[in-house]
Design a protein. Structure first.
Length: 122
């Protein structure tokens, strides 16, 4: 059995370009967090984001959507996901950039690679 994994993806427009939620310097990208391989008894995932977020703690109970949660971000930071099950809870810690690399694979399209560099650089 595989262990739960934190995965992130840039939300893309019709042309496959990451969506910018807030333009500026730096730009804020629209991102979806999710947990794959959650145990069968998982009923919720709690995400702990950077303290600068208005709501730094978010909860998802949407199993059919891999407990996804939409966020915006312009920079890298550690994300903590607590996978809550009936029998026990598990904690996943990952940098946002690491989760994005996992979600987009080794060779993302140039537009995604640029957005990922933006995140890593801030």
């Amino acid at each position: 059995m595989s262990k739960p994994t934190l995965v992130a993806k840039f939300l893309l427009d019709a042309q496959g370009v990451p969506i910018v939620a807030f333009k500026g310097d730096p730009s804020h990208y629209l991102i979806e967090l999710a947990v794959t391989n959650a145990p069968a008894d998982t009923y919720a995932v709690t995400y702990e984001l950077h303290e600068s977020y208005y709501e730094p703690v978010r909860e998802s109970r949407r199993r059919s959507e891999h407990f996804s949660e939409e966020i915006t971000s312009y920079g890298d930071y550690n994300v903590r996901a607590t996978v809550r099950g009936k029998a026990r809870s598990q904690v996943i810690l990952a940098e946002l950039s690491e989760a994005l690399r996992h979600g987009h694979g080794r060779n993302p399209p140039p537009e995604v690679a640029k957005a990922l560099k933006d995140i890593e650089g801030n």
